[in-house]
Design a protein around this ligand. Sequence first.
Ligand code: 4UU
Length: 527
Amino acid sequence: MYRSTLPDVVVPDVSVFDSLFGSLTDEDREKTALVDGPSGAETSYGDLAARIEAVAGALAARGIGVGDVVALHCPNSSGFVIAFHGILRAGATATTVNSLATVKDLESQLRASGAELLLTASPLLEAATTAARNVGLPDSAVIVLDGAEGHESLRDLLAAGAPAPDVSFEPAEHLAVLPYSSGTTGLPKGVMLTHRNLVANVEQARAMLGVGRDDVLLAVLPFFHIYGMTALLNLGLRERATLVTMPRFDLAEFLRLIEDHGVTYLFIAPPIGVALAKHPLVDTVDTSTVRHVLSGAAPLDEHLGRAIEARLGARMLQGYGMTEMSPVSHVTPFDRDDISPGSVGLAIPNVEFRLVDPATGEDVEVTDGVSAPGELWCRGPMVMTGYLNNPEATAETLTDDGWLKTGDVATVDADGVVHIVDRLKELIKYKGYQVAPSELESLLLEHPGIADAAVVGVLDDEGEEVPKAFVVAQPGTSTSDDEVLAFVAERVAPYKKVRVVEWVDAIPKSASGKILRKDLRAPAATA
Ligand code: 4UU
C-alpha cells in the first residue's frame, strides 16, 4: 500500500458554495471570475456569488431543495456556472448531462436520477423538451438558460428577487452532484458525490496544479464532465482565477481566446494536445502567456507532451482521474520538472493507493522499488459513496474498507511516480468521452443482419482510441461495413459512433458467457 508522499491537507466540513464563496474578500468581489468566450461578457466574483444566491432563491421558491434532483444540460457558459452553483446552493443535487446526449440518453438520465427540473440551453431545446415530455415532466419544468419562447430563462430566475434559502445538510452525506458514468462495466450509472467529495478534491489538487489568482484558464473542457467540473471550474474559482468559457472546441476560436485574454493555463484532453503540437494555425497567434497545460481523461503520450511543451514554451502536466473519484487521484506536480508528463505523477494529498493483481487479489510484487503492473485501487475523501440505486455495481467497485477499484492498470516506481499502462475494464475513451461498449453491443444486436457483436477500443493511425465492432453475420444475410457504421451513427451521440467494423465467425467468450475483450484487443485484431 502507498500513501501520498505530500503532506495531508485539511478538508473543511462545509458545502461546496461555502468552500468557494464563503470567504470572498472585497478585492475578490471586484475580480473577474468568468469571461463568456463568445460574447466577451464578464462576471465578477461578487456578481457571480450574488447571482448564484438569486438562482438558489428562485429554485427554493419553486419548492426545490434538499432531496431534489435538477438536471443541467448545457454547454459551457457563464449561465452554466450560475445555474450549477445555484442548484447546489439551494441544497438540491445537480445531475449534469452531456450536451451531445441524444433524446434517449437524456431521457434515461432524467428517469434514473428522478430529476424534477431540467435546465438547458436554446440549441438543445428540442431534445430537452422531447425527453422531458417522454418522462412526464411538464414544459414548465424546462428552463432555458439563454431564453426561448414559452420557457422561463436564467434572466427570469435572477429577476425573481427571491432570497437565498437557509439550507442545512451534512456535507459528508448530502449529494452535491450525480454525474453518470459507466464505471468498469455496463451502462451509465449515477455516481453519488457528496459536498465533502467535491470540496476535498479541490483542496487535494490545489497544491499540485499551482493555479493562482493571476491565472487565466481556458474553459473548453465541458463543465458537465467531472474533469471540467472539479479541476477547472471549482478549483479555478477556489483560487480566484479568471475562467474564459467556450461552449465547444474549435481550434481557431481556442487560439483567438488565448491571445485576446492572455490565457496562462490550458486544461485539455489528448486530442486537443495533438492540435496544439501539430496544427499550423498555432504559429499564427501569440500563445506566449501560456505557462501550464494540464492533460487528462485519456493517456497522454510522453513525446506528444514534450512536443506541446516545446511549441508553447509551457510546462506540460498530466492528471489521472475517474468520475467515481471526484475525479483526481494522481497528477504530475507543477513544480517538479523531474517528473515526466508521460506519467500521471504522484498521488495527491490524502490519497492512499494499491496495485492489485486481479487474478489473486494480492498486492503486486515490488522489485528494487519498482512495481509490477497491477489494478489501481484508491482510497481517500474524494471517493464516491456509491452508484445510485445500484448496490450490486457499488459492491463490485467499492470494497467494504473504502477502496475504489479503478479498472485501470498502473505501475509505480521507487519515487512514487505512477504510470497508467492499460485498462482492464470495458470502458472506451473517445476524445476523453466515455463510450460504454455494452450500449453499442445491444444496439448492434438490433440489426437484422447481425447475430452477435462485441465492441472494444482500438488505436487508430493517430494513436487515438476509437470504438471497433466485431460482428457475426446472421446466416443467409449480407450487410456492408458502411451499413453497420450508419446504423449505429443514426442512433447514438456522435462521440459514441462505431468507427471500425470487422466480421468474424464467432465472438470469443468465457465459459460463463462474458466477452473476452482482451482477445479482441490483441495486436492482431487492431484497426
Ligand atoms: C490514462 O476522465 C475522467 C477524469 C479525468 C481527469 C480529471 C481531472 C483527469 C485529470 C484531472 O486532473 O473521468 P471518467 O470517469 O470520464 O473516465 C475515467 C477513466 C479512467 O478510469 C481511465 O481509464 O478515464 C481514463 N483516464 C486516463 N487514462 C483518465 N485520465 C487518464 C490518464 N491516463 N491521464
